[in-house]
Design a protein around this ligand. Structure first.
Ligand code: FEO
Length: 391
């Protein structure tokens, strides 16, 4: 990577699910880095415990006999899980981290307190010819997260921040279109709930001369502005002239409404992204939520409530806290129920203006389609008021 700086991470080409929740269509990697200087050697993050032997083999290949500092930027096990075996193989190593991360590592991995060197924001450790500085950056995406910065080379090690679940043989982001999509998916699934915190972190990072960003998942960035500009866009308060439509239909009534509303919005020059929740990759839905001004949830009524797949997607949408400004519910019922109330309640974490719903008894009739036209008019007017839609 640079003189004295080595990639020692591990690819996980076959992994297809993270946290038993997030689809990984392109696998992932657990990036770890070794900075081997004239006086001291530091390992930055480790790997998932399933890959601990490969991490150790990478260290052995480099002839590493001693590690002085094991920097832990984040306590989640895909980066810290191999710490116990590293500490066992390199008993002189001290774990360098902040107090919150220390406590979590003690809880999660049972690492004894005497193994730690505790740092605070702005602290440095000298490796001899090079210096590591620590930047406390909470909530990307746990409360204990921090970043490490190698001053002499301008390398930022931000752990999960700026990462992507993408296993590739490229060390750097060569295929920018592919990396952009994977990084946006990663942002949407992992970082989006902490958008406002990231705005502040980006401001703080302006004070650092960054030549390389070396995250702990996916390719590194030797053109840091590529990912920094993408993040500036994603975390900004600006929304786009887009509607995300998440739906399920059992017998065609809700589908007819969705199709009609999609056409009505397209006629008004609004980009629509429909997702059939019985078959969609939930990560694709999350990506669409990064930019959309409006979210429409469409459901039939099942057992008096919403369809369970709609419940799953609505719960996730609420938890991911996208920056959408408007939301609407449309759907159908046979004889009654509280589907609308359920969905409204499940979206209560979003700061959205809830638009007039369109609920249809049975198959949609002329008056119902007219109500959908009015909803499309309202969405257009709201987008135009934001300056993002045009006639
Ligand atoms: Fe890649 Fe939050 O762990």
């Amino acid at each position: 990577m640079r003189p004295s700086v080595y990639y020692v991470g591990v690819k996980d080409w076959d992994r297809r699910l993270f946290d038993e929740l997030i689809p990984l269509p392109d696998g992932t990697s657990y990036n770890a880095y070794l900075v081997k200087c004239d006086e001291k050697t530091a390992l930055i993050d480790t790997a998932d415990p399933t890959k601990e032997q490969e991490l150790l083999a990478n260290l052995r290949k480099l002839g590493v006999k001693k590690i002085d500092y094991a920097i832990s930027n984040h306590a989640e096990q895909d980066h810290s899980g191999a710490l116990p075996i590293v500490l066992n193989a390199y008993p002189e190593a001290k774990v360098v981290t902040n107090p919150k991360c220390r406590d979590m590592l003690m809880d999660l991995l049972l690492i004894p307190e005497e193994k730690f060197i505790v740092i605070k924001d702005g602290d440095t450790i000298s490796l001899g010819e090079k210096t590591l500085e620590f930047i406390i950056a909470p909530w990307v995406h746990w409360p204990e997260t921090m970043l490490a910065y190698l001053r002499e080379d301008g390398i930022l090690f931000p752990c999960d921040l700026f990462g992507s679940h993408l296993a590739t043989s490229d060390l750097y982001a060569v295929d920018e279109a592919r990396v952009y999509e994977a990084a946006k998916r990663y942002y949407a699934e992992i970082m989006m709930p902490f958008r406002l915190m990231i705005q502040r972190h980006l401001e703080k990072l302006k004070a650092f001369e960054i030549e390389v960003i070396a995250p702990s998942h996916g390719p590194l960035y030797d053109k840091p502005e590529f990912i920094l500009d993408a993040y500036k866009d994603w975390v900004s308060d600006k929304v786009k002239n887009e509607v995300v439509m998440a739906y399920v239909s059992m017998h065609g009534s809700t589908r007819t409404m969705v199709n009609y509303l999609v056409e009505a919005l397209m006629e008004r020059n609004i980009t629509v992204k429909p997702f059939n929740l019985t078959r969609t990759d939930i990560g694709e839905l999350a990506i669409a939520l990064v930019d959309a001004a409006t979210i429409v949830v469409a459901s039939p009524t099942v057992l008096t409530g919403l369809h369970p797949n709609v419940g799953y997607a609505t719960y996730l949408t609420n938890a991911l806290r996208p920056k959408a400004k408007f939301a609407a519910v449309v759907g159908s019922y046979g004889w009654g129920g509280v589907m609308l109330e359920h969905i409204k309640c499940m979206l209560s974490g979003l700061k959205v203006d809830l638009l007039e719903p369109v609920m249809v008894k049975g198959y949609p009739k002329k008056a119902d389609l007219e109500a959908l036209d009015r909803l499309a008019d309202t969405i257009f007017a709201k987008h135009r008021a934001l300056g993002i839609a045009q006639e």
